[in-house]
Design a protein around this ligand. Structure first.
Ligand SMILES: Cc1ncc(COP(=O)(O)O)c(C=O)c1O
Length: 394
């Protein structure tokens, strides 16, 4: 690993495979019909998308760019789940006509349905608003007790949307979609959300083909809920209304598939003393690891290049940017790091690479670690890569 150019992400093939296989087998152990649809927004690295595809997974996309990316990777249209408010009309029409699972999120999409050929029948789903303050208050993140997404059943919005969709004689409403990434990622919240979905289907007498339960699951981690526990809870909530032999359950995990499959390495480029602690500057940045600037701890290892022992009470590890707040974490009572030592941050694959800004230094290298060792799967962006996208043809 020492020979790898830092900073860099490392995708661990075995961990990724293990996560996908465990998810797929828990799905088939619990549901007669199910679809694993990987959330591209969590990490859209084409290598990961190819692995998902090769395991029979679908692509869950939430914008026309993600939709086009999934198509470039080779996902057939009918292996795409198209969600979110940022669909564009062209890809929306293409997806519905091509047999994708399309979950309506906005009122403009309902209007776009009018542009579909009237002599053919089409199917769509709709996203339901999940108000955690009502359904599972303890699981709501601060400022996220209500959700911005989906149509609310607590007022007239869902009912009106369903009526508007069903006005089109060539459109069938075949699915309900929900998603909340909760604070606790608890199993209970899935049972509550699933029963809520059952009640809505009952209230509107819906004859559905699928329930898309979204993502938000923990991955394989000691002491955390297993896929099997999540799916049993979902089953319990849905059984109240649905015949599980007739309905397909869709899950859209992102975090559970990629978080633990990716590490990040950065090297120490400077050590200096400030007040009574050591400030360790590295060639990575908190932008690469924690784009929301919320974390203070990481699963990590310190990789020293020589074995000289010199323990110090406090080292503060910072990034290589010129941002004062680019402070990554604190190291207490460990050997003093030196220039050239490497810090490996583990399980940082979710919502990092897709959210990193191009600040000061462009996208870093990505290596794959497989049984043959390390191989570069994304070359870092150079200044000319960046410059060239600003050149338009005359
Ligand atoms: C609609 C939808 N599905 C799936 C996901 C994936 O969630 P997670 O990465 O927590 O599994 C998200 C994340 O925001 C989402 O918005």
């Amino acid at each position: 690993m020492r020979k790898l150019e830092t900073p860099a992400y490392i995708v661990k093939e075995k961990v990724l495979e293990n996560s996908i296989n465990s998810l797929n087998s828990a799905l088939s152990n619990n549901f007669k019909n199910s679809i694993f649809s990987y959330s591209l927004k969590t990490n859209s690295l084409p290598y990961i998308l190819e692995r998902v595809k090769s395991h029979g997974g679908f692509a869950e996309v939430v914008s026309s760019d993600e939709y086009e990316l999934a198509r470039l990777v080779g996902f057939d249209i009918n292996k795409i789940v198209y969600n979110g408010p940022l669909k564009c009309k062209n890809t929306f029409i293409e997806a519905v006509t091509g047999g994708a699972i399309v979950n309506i999120e906005t009122k403009r999409e309902i209007k776009w349905l009018n542009e579909l050929p009237k002599d053919q029948k089409y199917s769509v789903g709709i996203r339901i608003n999940i108000d955690l303050a009502d359904i599972s208050p303890d699981d709501a993140k601060e400022n996220e007790d209500y959700s911005r997404f989906g149509f609310s059943s607590e007022n007239n919005e869902l009912e009106q949307a369903i009526t508007d969709i069903l006005k089109y004689k060539n459109i069938k409403l075949v699915g309900l979609h929900v998603h909340r990434t909760t604070l606790s990622r608890s199993v209970n919240v899935y049972e509550r959300v699933a029963s809520y979905v059952s009640n809505i289907a009952k209230k509107h007498s819906l004859d559905l083909k699928y329930i898309d339960i979204g993502g938000g699951f923990y991955g394989i981690m000691e002491g955390k809920p297993t896929f099997d526990e999540y799916f049993k809870a979902i089953k319990k909530g849905l059984e109240a209304y649905f015949d599980l032999n007739l309905i397909t359950i869709i899950v859209e995990p992102g975090n559970a598939i990629v978080a633990s499959a990716i590490d990040f390495i950065s090297a120490v480029i400077d050590v200096k003393k400030i007040r009574d602690f050591y400030l360790i500057t590295t060639d990575g940045s908190r932008n690469d690891l924690d784009p929301f600037y919320k974390k203070s701890k990481y699963f990590h290892s310190l990789i020293y290049s020589d074995s000289k022992e010199y323990q110090v009470p406090l080292q503060i590890v910072g990034g290589g940017t010129c941002l004062e707040y680019d402070k990554i974490f604190e190291v207490e009572n460990q050997n003093l790091l030196a220039v050239g030592d490497v810090i490996k941050y583990e399980s940082v694959g979710a919502y990092t690479m897709t959210l990193s800004p191009l600040f000061i230094r462009f996208f870093p290298n990505v290596y794959l670690k497989d049984t043959n060792g390390y191989r570069l799967i994304r070359k870092k962006w150079s200044a000319s890569d960046f410059y060239n996208i600003y050149k338009t043809e005359e």
